[in-house]
Ligand binder design. Structure first.
Ligand code: C2O
Ligand code: CU
Ligand code: CU
Length: 496
């Protein structure tokens, strides 16, 4: 009897090991050109600033997701999606304390949602899978910006279709400003010395269309061409001594470790949810899909230097090589920039002594705590205006990340030690190296809704689409949860 059980078990283990090797080798198949070989032939496109109007004290933006085609490479057209244009979307800018509304008119032939990644707002405005916008319909989310200055972003979150819609081009930046940040001597002239960089990887087929469908790779789709703001092989003309780059990893699966070709030091000034306490001197900054970092780098007149991604920590993503992202080209004479301030923000101490709950999240395969996304199930219920301590761990030798809606959290510890300086500020997404334990201080302030949930998930978009996501409600003390499934939802559109 024992051998009858043991033989199949050995076989299963061998098959699992073979599968892991196959997945790992497939996931590195698409590799961008080696560092040092890119031509930097095209000027970097800067997303336009979204126009807005103010009515009755509300700043109103308009976004229209629509179909288009984009000439990424000379002489070719790629079918794409964009907001108000053919690829990506305009940059929204609003101030903390402002009331905003975004009128989202769905011009696509399919449903979509718009999620405000990193924003603290009511669940019904969050744009998750419970808020689909059908073709021709307009959605009017409205909320008050109530968080520090930060580089946030927006993208679709339709259940099972997020990767497809984001990869087709639906993404944009949402910059929050506030008085504290405005008072600092930091570069902030949009498109001049303060430049958003939406970094994505794509592959192109011979007909110019994006190549690489679903499936086949454990990570999702890795591309062999890096796009920055939708520009292939970009360069950026720099006219100031210091330049602030707002980096967004807008890729669906690729991990980056941003650095400069000559290894120069730069200042990391902000992470997902806003400024760090003080500038952190760094020579590299890793970003997993969905994460942001603001860096300030100094240039000498006339020089050229490439922003590059070096191979990420093998515990995060083995086998990815170094490649170039963008060349900075400094003018022969540069406008002087003010020195960076020694302190940036007054971050509260991350204090877990009042935590109302402890939760643990194990990321494995395409599941969290061995469960897959169910739009009709609240995985847990939190109480508004309480703090919680979450322990998060990736059990796979393959990349996962962890993102939470509604809130910016703090990293309390990494494997029991204080987090590195780059993880000392506000975060909404973290990269998870295999078997490293992250303890997070998570707070749910202001907004309770017994019916509409927020999401937490792996931000590798194919994993998310495969169900590596859960939902939670935030309720008033003592309030009964009453989760509503989105109207017309069925699981049929899922690609399992
Ligand atoms: Cu950027 Cu739930 O997403
Ligand atoms: Cu989000
Ligand atoms: Cu994952």
């Amino acid at each position: 009897m024992a051998t009858l059980v043991a033989v199949p078990l050995v076989l299963v283990l061998v098959l699992i090991a073979a599968g892991a090797i196959w997945f790992a080798s497939n996931s590195v198949r698409a590799t961008p050109p080696a560092a040092g070989t890119l031509s930097f032939s095209q000027p970097l496109r800067i997303p336009e600033l979204a126009p807005s109007r103010v009515e009755d004290g509300v700043r109103i933006f308009e976004l229209e997701p629509r179909e288009g085609s984009t000439p990424f490479r000379p002489g070719t057209q790629t079918p794409t999606l964009g907001y108000n244009g053919s690829y990506l979307g305009p940059t929204l800018v609003a101030r903390s304390g402002e009331r905003v509304r975004v009128d989202v008119a769905n011009g696509l032939p399919e449903s979509t949602t718009v999620h405000w990644h990193g924003m603290h707002l009511p669940a019904a405005m969050d744009g998750g899978p419970h808020s689909p916008i059908t073709p021709g319909e307009t959605w009017h989310p409205e909320w008050t910006i109530d968080q520090p200055a930060a580089s946030l972003w927006y993208h679709p979150h339709l259940h099972g279709r997020t990767r497809e819609q984001v990869d087709a081009g639906l993404a944009g930046m949402f910059l929050v400003q506030d008085d504290e940040e405005s008072a600092l001597s930091l570069p902030r002239e949009y498109g001049v010395d303060d430049v958003p960089l939406i970094v994505q990887d794509r592959s192109f087929g011979p007909d110019g269309a994006f190549a690489g469908g679903l499936g086949m790779q454990f990570d999702g789709v890795l591309g062999d061409t890096i796009l920055v703001n939708g520009t292939v092989a970009p360069h950026l003309d720099v006219t100031t001594e210091l330049i602030r780059l707002r980096l967004l990893n807008g890729s669906s699966a690729r991990m980056y470790d941003f650095t400069f070709a000559d290894g120069r030091e730069f200042a990391l000034i902000a992470t997902d949810g806003g400024l760090l306490g003080e500038p952190v001197a760094a020579t590299s900054v890793p970003l997993s899909p969905g994460e942001r970092a603001e860096i300030v780098v100094a240039l000498d007149p006339g020089e050229r230097v490439a922003l590059r991604s070096q191979a990420p920590d093998p515990a995060l993503h083995a086998g990815s090589a170094a490649f170039d992202v963008l060349e900075l080209r400094a003018a022969a004479s540069l406008t002087p920039s003010a020195a960076l301030p020694a302190t940036l923000a007054d971050l509260p101490e991350a204090d877990d002594s009042d935590a109302a709950a402890q939760r643990s999240f194990v990321m494995s395969g395409h599941s969290i705590n061995d469960r897959q996304m169910d739009l009709g199930r609240a995985d847990f219920v939190a109480t508004v205006d309480t703090d919680e301590v979450w322990t998060v761990r990736n059990e796979n030798p393959l990349p996962h990340s962890f993102h939470v809606h509604d809130t910016q959290f703090r990293v309390l510890s990494v494997d029991g030690s204080a987090p590195p300086a780059r993880l000392s500020g506000w975060k909404d997404t973290i990269a998870l190296e295999q078997d490293r334990e992250y303890r997070l201080l998570v707070s749910f302030e202001d907004y309770a809704d017994a019916q509409t949930p927020y999401m937490y998930h792996c931000h590798l978009l194919w994993h998310e689409d495969q169900g590596m996501m859960g939902q939670f409600l935030v309720v008033e003390p003592g309030q009964e949860p009453d989760l509503k499934r989105p109207e017309g939802d069925s699981d049929d559109h899922l690609d399992h």
